[in-house]
Design a protein around this ligand. Structure first.
Ligand code: ZN
Length: 137
């Protein structure tokens, strides 16, 4: 597998509206995109930090994965996403190494990326996302 950088860090928040001012006014970052990913029952807000993004995640459904996460653990870091050059091969490599996959086949994520999640049971508790930007090529 070839990881080039941390693509983004996903942070679960109760409300984008109340979280965004902290990132903009206190940290001085600029929210450049707000996008709803219906498939994942989330509304996302993105900030660029160098070549890494911060992805704030607000649930659109209390039974969605972010809704459940916040109910169990409260707001906080939800996942880390690595940029890979070949998502299909990377997921396959993980599986052959005995890592449990949440997504056996890649799917569409926010920001036009193709993504797949690894199960936190296999990654020392860190929900891990691999993503490939297929539009870049
Ligand atoms: Zn993500």
């Amino acid at each position: 597998m070839n990881i080039s950088h941390i693509e983004h860090i996903g942070i679960a928040v109760k409300s984008l509206e109340s979280a965004i001012p902290y990132y903009e006014k206190v940290l001085g970052l600029k929210c450049y995109s707000i996008e709803e990913v219906a498939d994942q029952k989330v509304k996302t807000a993105f900030f660029m930090v160098g070549q890494t993004k911060i992805e704030l995640l607000e649930t659109t459904d209390p039974n969605g994965s972010i809704g459940k996460f916040i109910e169990k653990k409260g707001e906080g870091i939800h996942h880390i996403a690595f940029a890979v050059d070949n998502i299909e091969n990377s997921l396959q490599e993980c599986e052959s190494s005995g890592v449990q996959l949440i997504d056996k086949t890649p799917r569409a994520g926010a920001e036009g990326l193709t993504i797949g999640f690894l199960h936190p049971k296999s990654t020392m508790g860190v929900l891990t996302e691999l993503c490939e930007d297929k539009n870049k090529k």
